[in-house]
Design a protein around this ligand. Structure first.
Ligand SMILES: [Zn+2]
Length: 94
């Protein structure tokens, strides 16, 4: 009976979709745990530790060894947006 077969297949798909969602949720929870434990981020340039600092309402990561300043992509966009009238960012890299 083809109708029953389709129904069975649909239930099977539903089962796997649910399993996949559970797996993703578990992975996300695991990743969350790891990021909470690894709050100390290593400097990409030296073996120093990056310290999150507020600079003109922007979160930046400053290395405690080489004083290197690091931003993630989202933070950088934020900085560039604020820098349209020529702010500290332009002076720093201009
Ligand atoms: Zn460093």
């Amino acid at each position: 009976m083809p109708i029953n077969e389709d129904r069975g297949r649909a239930l099977e798909n539903e089962y796997f979709q649910r399993k996949e969602k559970e797996l993703i949720a578990k992975m996300k929870a695991k990743m969350g745990d790891q990021s909470a434990k690894n709050l100390a981020i290593k400097c990409p340039k030296c073996d120093g530790t990056l310290v999150e600092t507020d600079f003109e309402n922007i979160k930046i990561d400053v290395c405690d060894k080489c004083s290197g300043v690091w931003l993630d992509a989202g933070e950088l966009t934020h900085v560039v947006d604020q820098d349209k009238d020529g702010g500290w960012f332009g002076k720093l890299f201009g």
